[in-house]
Ligand binder design. Structure first.
Ligand code: SAM
Length: 200
């Protein structure tokens, strides 16, 4: 990942959502993007030019656009019409974002548009976040990575966040090896990043 001083940046041209640019790079703000927070905290999976990424919960394309600056192709799934409009605009100006309006609970609906991916990134804030991830690992190459941004309050607002995290880990460990887990404080509250590798 590229850093200018202590600032995470990505190498794409032109502002996408009003972000700052510095020496021709786009500043990737950890307060605005959970993935930027993960990298800023020293975790994550290195993004490389040959990578294909499936991104679940694309929203209006803020983080998607930074990922697209680093990798070959991003398949960006979003089910809400309003953010989808913004995502389409972001994708229109880039050649390597494939926008897919679909429910991440139904991977069969977008399977025809997909190829095998090196990284599955998920940020959907749903009660069944682990179930959604497990359904979508069908697209992941053996040895590929999953980064799950777990919003504990979306799973159960009354349960201790540490217990929610333990439950998520147990679910993921059925098919994946967990490489790293970290809370995204101080950038994002009640969010844990779980980084896993699909067993060969
Ligand atoms: N990842 C985005 C970013 O960093 O810019 C923010 C994502 S926002 C927290 C969660 C998004 O997931 C929302 O836009 C929501 O509509 C979408 N979402 C939630 N459940 C989904 C599902 N089952 N399928 C597709 N998108 C979903």
């Amino acid at each position: 990942m590229i850093r200018l001083g202590n600032m995470l940046v990505s190498p794409g041209e032109g502002g996408v959502y009003g972000e700052r640019t510095l020496d021709g790079y786009r500043v990737w703000d950890p307060y605005r993007s959970k993935l930027a927070a993960l990298y800023t905290l020293g975790g994550g999976v290195e993004l490389t030019p040959e990578m294909r990424v499936l991104y679940l919960g694309a929203a209006n394309g803020t983080t998607v656009s930074h990922v697209a600056d680093y990798v070959e192709t991003v398949y960006a799934v979003e089910f809400a019409p309003r953010p989808m409009q913004d995502l389409l605009e972001v994708a229109r100006r880039r050649k390597n974002i494939v926008s897919i309006m679909a429910d991440a609970n139904r991977p069969d609906e977008y399977a025809p548009f997909m190829e095998a991916v090196d990284l599955l990134y998920q940020d959907v804030a749903q009660p069944n976040q682990v179930e959604i991830a497990m359904k979508n690992i069908v697209f992941l190459k053996p040895g590929g990575h999953l980064i799950l941004m777990l919003k504990t309050r979306s799973v159960d607002v009354r349960q201790d966040p540490a217990e929610v995290l333990a439950g998520a880990r147990a679910g993921l460990e059925q098919r994946l090896n967990i490489a790293d887990v970290r809370w995204l404080e101080p950038y994002h509250h009640d969010h844990a990043a779980i980084v896993c590798t699909l067993r060969e």
